[in-house]
Ligand binder design. Structure first.
Ligand code: SAM
Length: 219
């Protein structure tokens, strides 16, 4: 497997992470980053503010800042452990990482990312959050979602099992104790359309064992 220059640059940002977290961060950069980046890169805006909601260690926030240093990039996650690691990585990059959005001005966003996060939210929370994103995004701005593709497949059952185990083992830190709430692509379309978004693209994709879906919508 060839590691790209972008992956190498990201790996370097996390050299000061604790060993346990480093294993998870490096695995994400090596095994998952390339597939997600392929879909994300064309939506990186020229200017404005980007919110990475549920940013984890901030890999995609840092990637976006790396691609366009002029952007104001904010990464939010409820996991304090992950945000602490993200903050260490951001010293070089200038991304703002936080575990508290209370004082964040939800206005004029150009791009919002929600990568492998919405599965942790109940249906009602997803609806409220996507409506909030709609109100916060500028006209023409984008919400870029990646989630697990719900189906009857073995891949889905396996992914569900693995995610449940990760929550039990506190892989996401002690803050993430939620149940998993997967929805179908049709349900995503319904929620996004009801919030006011236009669907730009919907890409189901299997990566390794994991059934994923990318949904890109525009205000
Ligand atoms: C699979 S990780 C993905 C992290 C990051 N988006 C990425 O792609 O590398 C899921 C993240 O969602 C976060 N999360 C779970 N529930 C959340 C919530 N209610 N609000 C914000 N983040 C949440 C977890 O702490 C975890 O960092």
């Amino acid at each position: 497997m060839k590691i790209s220059d972008e992956q190498l640059a990201l790996l370097k940002l996390y050299k000061n992470s604790t060993t346990l977290e480093k294993v998870k961060i490096y695995a994400r950069i090596i095994f998952n980053f390339p597939q997600i980046k392929n879909h994300l890169e064309k939506y990186i805006p020229n200017s404005g503010t980007v919110l990475d909601y549920g940013c984890g260690y901030g890999i995609f926030s840092n990637y976006i800042k790396m691609k366009n240093p002029n952007l104001n990039v904010i990464g939010f996650d409820i996991s304090k452990t992950r945000i602490n690691e993200a903050k260490k990585s951001a010293i070089a990059m200038g991304v703002e990482f936080t575990d508290d959005l209370k004082n964040f001005n939800f206005e004029n966003l150009q791009l919002v990312l929600s990568i492998d996060v919405l599965l942790f939210l109940t249906l009602e929370q997803k609806i409220n959050l996507l409506e909030k994103f709609y109100r916060s995004i500028k006209t023409g701005g984008i919400v870029f979602i990646k989630d697990t593709l719900k189906s009857n497949s073995f891949r889905f059952k396996y992914t569900n099992f693995e995610e449940k185990l990760k929550i039990k083992l506190k892989v996401y830190g002690s803050n993430v104790t939620s149940t998993l709430n997967y929805i179908t692509p049709d349900e995503f379309l319904e929620i996004l359309s009801s919030a006011g978004f236009k669907i730009v693209d919907l890409i189901p994709e299997n990566h390794l064992l994991y059934p994923g879906i990318f949904i890109i919508a525009q205000k």
